[in-house]
Design a protein. Structure first.
Length: 245
């Protein structure tokens, strides 16, 4: 009886299974699954590690490329700034040079104008002649000798203009063209010892100046009265037209 029961139990044990597989099969499957899981875990670890490493490398490469790009941009910006500074300096130099050239041109024009004025003969323009005549009419008319240098055609023409203006203002003007001195410019003169109020001479200077004629006041020494060929006389007012300054 006992033997029969053991055989019955053994049969029951053998007949227990899942999906047709017994305990022993499932144990093998479990072991195989664990091996596969371990392999998968190793693969996952390796893949994860590789991804992390590659991401770090990629990030490092991206950072390096960014730093390199930033450095290139900084260099380009610096170069652009330097080019701008250089261009600005060149433009400033060009403007300075242009201003210098303009200043030099103005200087040359002024010198040229001054030279032209020196070259051009002195003449009394219509406008200045009118100013001189009107101003002379405000003074007491007097006799005046308008004297020019001998062999000086430029001075003689200018003296003729002045003499005509005095005559038009009702002054008695006498022309003399035999002065042999080399005095420069125009001068109001009297022989030494001649008394003519200084106020009149000063006012005559102002009148001449109104017509752009610069003049001075001089006194002719007695020892020169007959050595200058003009034969200056006492108590006479003279207007001397000397060499063009």
């Amino acid at each position: 009886m006992i033997k029969s029961e053991k055989m019955t139990f053994s049969k029951k044990v053998r007949r227990m299974s899942i999906f047709g597989l017994g305990l022993n099969s499932w144990e093998h499957i479990m072991l195989l699954s664990l091996c596969i899981a371990g392999i998968v875990a190793v693969v996952v670890f390796i893949a994860t590690t590789s991804v992390v490493v590659l991401q770090r490398r990629e990030n490092a490469k991206t950072k390096y490329e960014y730093e390199e790009f930033k450095l290139k941009v900084d260099v380009r910006v610096a170069d652009a700034k330097q080019e701008g500074i250089t261009a600005g300096k060149q433009a400033g130099d060009a403007l300075f040079k242009a201003a210098s050239l303009e200043k030099e041109a103005q200087k040359l024009k002024a010198e040229n104008l001054s030279l032209q004025l020196k070259i051009q003969p002195r003449r009394l323009s219509g406008e200045n002649s009118a100013k001189l005549i009107n101003s002379l009419k405000e003074l007491q008319p007097l006799a005046i000798g308008v004297v020019s240098r001998i062999f000086d055609s430029e001075g003689a023409d200018f003296a003729d203009d002045l003499s005509n203006a005095f005559k038009a203002a009702n002054w008695t003007s006498v022309r003399q063209k035999d002065w042999t001195m080399s005095n420069k410019g125009v001068a109001i003169a009297t022989l030494e010892g001649t008394f003519i109020p200084s106020e009149l001479k000063d006012r005559l200077l102002v009148v001449l100046d109104s017509a752009d004629i610069k003049a001075s006041i001089i006194t002719i020494a007695n020892n020169q009265r007959n050595t200058t060929s003009a034969h200056f006389q006492p108590n006479v007012l003279y207007l001397l037209v000397g060499v063009k300054p």
